[in-house]
Design a protein around this ligand. Sequence first.
Ligand code: 7RM
Length: 663
Amino acid sequence: MSTEILMKPKTSKKTLEDLLTEKRKFAPPKKFREQANVKTEKIYQEGKNSLKFWEKQAQELVWSKKWKKVLEWKLPFAKWFVDGKLNVSVNCIDRHLATWRKTKAAIIWEGEPGETRTLTYQQLSREVNRFANGLKSLGVAKGERVVIYMPMAPELPIAMLACARIGAAHSVVFGGFSAEALRDRINDCKAKVVITADGGYRRGNIVPLKQNTDEAVKETPSVTHVVVYKRLGKTQNTPWTQGRDVDWDELVANQTAVCPAEEMDSEDLLYILYTSGTTGKPKGIMHTTAGYLTGVKTTTKFIFDLKDEDVYWCTADIGWVTGHSYIVYGPLANGATTVMYEGSPDWPDKDRFWAIVEKYGVTILYTAPTAIRTFMKWGEDYPNRRDLSTLRLLGSVGEPINPEAWMWYHQIIGKGRCPVVDTWWQTETGSILISPLPGVTTLKPGSATKPFPGVEADVVDEQGKPVKIGAGYLILKQPWPSMLRGIYGDPERYKAQYWSRFPGAYFAGDGAKRDKDGYLWLLGRVDDVLKVSGHRLSTMEIESALVDNPKVAEAAVIGRHHDIKENAIVAFVTLKEKIGSNGAADREEVINELKAHVVKKIGSLARPDEILFTAELPKTRSGKIMRRLLRDVAEGRALGDTTTLADPNIVRTLKEKYEHLEG
Ligand code: 7RM
């Protein structure tokens, strides 16, 4: 794994400086503390005995058979709540039906064009059971995989919970991924069924999910059926393959609302979620039943201070882990009301989020720094148009939040009244691991503060020695219940990727700084993983997509700091043949062709912002591309150490060329 020195964080030019000068502190407001689910520091004491702490939390779940042992740890393979039996859908639905929550709103949904649907726990139960029976009628059995490629409609969580009910693992693929990306994920997990929709709405446009699925399943031998939810309803235009395609409504029409839940082992696979790593091939991150549910239920309750009266809204897409854990499983396991919004924040106008907060009386809002910075750019008028007085807690996730954005969120959205929880975690961690507890922790803008109780994190140097105060690498020293159980079909990669850089510890791939109060400040990735508008991508993945084009000889992709998106994608490309004689116009044409090629291979989320042609790429004498120098070029910095380069002139020429183009 390439791990570059992290003292020069790539997320924000100002980060380290900001951290050193950031003096503002915000103690929990008294009123908030008094009503909080966690009121005192005592919980950190409890967390010191992590097995006991997590065992206590697991007791909050509904089990059909109790576990025999809390943890079986054969580094790096963990089993939690060994031999316990339970079902996730029972914990997210059935348990609430025996209470007053039966008629409480489980999901409040708003479509981009403006429709609203509310499902009570009872209605959700009915839909999940019918669809679970429908899946069974298609031959889906416990232990098999189902891929879900859907818009943000209630049928998406319904499909997930139905899979959980019958013991099939789901793998949700974000709707922004292309047909080819979808195909590769289906093939990697050998899914039997794909669940999709005729489309979804995004900024007034239609996302062609069914067309992409049709394209993908041309080359997926494992797939027997494609279930299509008619979100748009304009059925006449939906291409249909008889015998393979199944209409969602027809599938459930004759099913009963009673589908007995499969009894699952604690360690049975709940889902696979593909995420980008440091190679071109996405990793199928595996999460299992009991540990995952314990992690998300506990963190949702303690970090978001979730109460029965809350209207909780996480703005993520369910195609990413944040949506899995904090739109679906965490909130529903707590019997909460969770809001889902289908579309874009600027449709039809830039106050859409605030209109939704006002309309439903949202009390807890969880969103990403990239969104907050976009709202800052749009200006205060949009939030000020709307009544945001119901908000009582704000959350942030996905990337480091710069102090300016934190303050804006706190002041303009939270009116100085709402604690801001900056929550650090990953697809691999399953649930939040570093975060304030809003009734307890004194906040510092830009710091994710402290490890959650029962979590042992540390900051270490190159040699793995703890850094008391200062910057280093973030590691986790003990397993936690919701940790990934591996990479689907690739146990060796799991070991190499996470457990080999610092022996005995989990290496997250992030840099972090610890200040004199022991607070943690995340500094962004130290490997080749990017965050682009909150979407996780790998430079290698984009490079593979580029070299797949016949014109390209070689490509190097870096993430340049971007004030709003965190990273902009910059590709340095060498072509096999010289560009035509038409100069700029020909160059423009090839650039567009290559951008379109990346979109076809991965999806529009990976479209390069800039492509620069170069005769050669800067390489070390052993032939390794020096991306650090390319980043220096793209960010307009003086070039760092070039002594290991085979030919330092290449990067100097590149720098001049880049500045010329930019200038
Ligand atoms: C939840 C999610 C994981 C990567 C992670 C970090 C970055 C996430 C924060 C953060 C600083 C945060 N899963 N990251 N949260 N960095 N502060 N609060 O984002 O798998 O898509 O990405 O995101 O680099 O390693 S993810």
